[in-house]
Design a protein around this ligand. Structure first.
Ligand code: MG
Length: 389
């Protein structure tokens, strides 16, 4: 545990485990070849391209967990601020481990860019609407479509022309895609493990949202401090330590201390576990890592049990709570009614989306249009097209 941690402990991994930044490496390749930049690495350029994309800016208007209707708090996370918290955690871990920091930054910034409005309820609703047409909605695959096709920033090609390493990371950071089921993704080395830079994004994402959702859930009045202390020993231990140090402090401040220490403990455990796993399995190069039977980026067994406990608590008390359930129903109603309206008459789509119908088919073109919207934009579209009937 972290209380016995030597402050001088080194987490550095063998340098050969990091993705190299050289322009000549195959992972730096772009679909449309470009001359190297005078002073920026290929992945620093990708991070900047993502940061300047329209889809990135729309994350500010997309639900993470709470909306205006479900929390009176004025500081709940949006998908943008969540993304920035993942960015902060992931770059810290990458720097400590000696990985490719600009690549990790690009992957953290892009990791939620494919999410539709209304959070996970929106994603589930869009997926269900597509299933009726034999299709699926997958936010990783949608993110790949955004960066390879929907963003228009260059005169010579569509998309952001990102490096292979970033496109591979978009696809593989959170799940595996069996090569036989996804032949269209063969370019992305589906039979190999992703680099550590991509592997750690998924767990950084979990660490960010599990701690943040406890805070936002308390601020919204959906979660209660007593039940968190009662049911989550990881939180309770740090809360008690903070109380010992600051007996007169307000519960709100002790809660912040506990959440901060909890996040720190999870991150430290992740780094310790990655280093220990690399040693134990003699993984010293990127090639070793690629061939390893399992992913290296995970928590220790005991911390993983605590992570699962926090997640189960959040499902039972927050994500599936009556407060959020009403909002989920609204998301389903808005997305499914607009999807039905535009699928029945695609001429109602804006010209650029209507133009995609011939190539993609109507259901996919409609889903792509909906997936790009912010919460406020889709609410307005719903009021205009359906809601007033
Ligand atoms: Mg995320």
């Amino acid at each position: 545990m972290t209380d016995h941690l030597d402050p001088h402990q080194s987490f550095a991994l063998p340098t050969e485990l990091a993705v190299p930044s050289s322009e000549s490496n195959f992972l730096s390749q772009r679909a449309y070849p470009e001359p190297p930049h005078a002073y920026r690495s290929p992945f620093a350029r990708d991070a900047a391209r993502i940061l300047h994309a329209k889809a990135f800016r729309r994350l500010a208007g997309k639900t993470q967990v709470f909306t205006r209707r479900t929390s009176e708090s004025d500081h709940s996370r949006s998908r943008l601020t969540h993304t920035l918290e993942v960015f902060q955690i992931a770059r810290t871990v990458a720097a400590q481990l000696g990985l490719n920091v600009p690549l990790v930054e690009a992957l953290a910034l892009v990791h939620d860019i494919g999410h539709p409005p209304f959070g996970h309820a929106g994603e589930a609703a869009l997926d269900e609407a597509l299933r009726a047409h034999g299709l699926h909605f997958d936010h990783n695959l949608h993110a790949l479509r955004i960066v390879t096709s929907f963003e228009e920033r260059y005169a010579g090609f569509r998309g952001l022309n990102l490096t292979l390493a970033v496109r591979e990371g978009i696809i593989k950071h959170s799940r595996d895609y069996p090569p036989d089921q996804f032949p269209e993704l063969s370019e992305y080395l589906l039979d190999q493990q992703p680099p550590l830079e991509a592997q750690l994004i998924d767990i950084a994402d979990e660490i960010a949202y599990l701690t943040a959702d406890l805070e936002d859930g308390l601020a919204a009045g959906v979660l209660h401090l007593a039940e968190i202390r009662d049911q989550l020993p990881l939180f309770a231990t740090f809360y008690s330590l903070a109380l010992e140090d600051h007996p007169a402090a307000e519960p709100r401040l002790l809660t912040n201390e506990a959440l901060k220490q909890m996040l720190n403990a999870l991150v430290t455990d992740l780094m310790q576990t990655i280093v220990a796993e690399a040693h134990a399995h003699h993984i010293e190069t990127l090639a070793d890592l690629r061939r390893a039977p399992l992913r290296l980026a995970h928590l220790s067994e005991s911390m993983e049990a605590q992570r699962k406990q926090v997640k189960a608590f959040l499902f039972a008390n927050l994500y599936l709570s009556p407060t959020l359930e009403a909002e989920h129903q609204h998301a389903v109603e808005v997305i499914q009614s607009l999807f039905a309206e535009w699928t029945a008459d695609p001429r109602l789509l804006p010209p650029d989306h209507l133009a995609r119908v011939a190539k993609e088919g109507t259901p996919r073109a409609v889903a792509d249009y909906i997936a790009g919207m912010t919460d406020a934009y889709i609410e307005q579209a719903w009021l205009t097209h359906v809601g007033n009937r």
